[in-house]
Design a protein around this ligand. Structure first.
Ligand SMILES: Nc1nc2c(ncn2[C@@H]2O[C@H](COP(=O)(O)OP(=O)(O)O)[C@@H](O)[C@H]2O)c(=O)[nH]1
Ligand SMILES: [Mg+2]
Length: 212
């Protein structure tokens, strides 16, 4: 396992350098299955593809369904099927990036395999990780899966439209979140209704323009 992680880290460093010299940032979206990664990417492509050059790497255990959802927005998409694997690694990202014209991109979004554990351990060479959770998963995910939330630059809490149907406690969620990663920005939104989306999209625009 240590050798696998060491090899992954070395390739991640090369990926980071490859993107860095071209001023391209890479954002690695991680969540459990169904939290809304693809929905969030659809919103990002819909609202931001006119003002920044976006590409997407879709990681999926099987099928090209998410990649097809993204293709509709006319942005370059590369699909990585892990064939059962529970996370992406830097080697597959390096190969996927060869499919893009990196000199003509501002940002690459990676949809990792739906899983709160394994993807947090594998550096892909991303600029930062974005954790996505949803109100229907319960409020205890940050404290139960601390590594992801410690590593993430920001958190999206999706499906706020369903809040009234759940026992999700904001107070508990935010208290746990800030215990795990004090001060981390949390964007509460609904991909379904669009509530809260503007603030998140502004933050993405700022991150891309600052090349953070
Ligand atoms: N009610 C509601 N459903 C949502 C929202 N965002 C996504 N969904 C639904 O949740 C399901 C999983 O979303 P998806 O984007 O595929 O999640 P992923 O597995 O993380 O990529 C789909 O049926 C979406 O339509 C939301 O904000 N509110
Ligand atoms: Mg998806």
């Amino acid at each position: 396992m240590k050798r696998v992680l060491d090899r992954n880290r070395d390739m991640a460093a090369r990926v980071r350098e490859k993107l860095g010299v071209r001023n391209v940032i890479m954002i690695n979206l991680i969540s459990s299955p169904g939290a809304g990664k693809t929905s969030l990417l659809e919103k990002i492509c819909e609202h931001l593809s006119g003002e920044m050059r976006i590409a997407v790497i879709e990681g999926d255990v099987a099928t090209d369904r998410d990649a097809r959802r993204i293709e509709k927005y006319q942005v370059p998409v590369v699909l990585i099927n892990t064939d059962g694997g529970c996370h992406l690694d830097s080697n597959s990202i390096d190969m996927a990036l060869r499919e893009f014209d990196l000199d003509n991109l501002d940002v690459v979004f990676v949809e990792n395999v739906g899983n709160l554990v394994c993807p947090a351990h594998f550096d892909l060479g991303e600029t930062f990780k974005l954790a996505v959770v949803s109100t229907t998963e319960g409020d205890d995910k940050p404290i139960k899966y601390p590594m992801l939330f410690r590593e993430a630059m920001a958190v999206v809490l999706n499906k706020t439209d369903l809040l009234i149907h759940t026992d999700f406690s904001h107070e508990t969620f935010l208290a746990d979140m800030h215990q795990v990663n004090p001060g981390i920005p949390v964007f509460e939104l609904s991909c379904r209704t669009g509530d809260g989306l503007d603030e998140f999209l502004e933050w993405i625009k700022l991150s891309v323009s600052k090349k953070v």
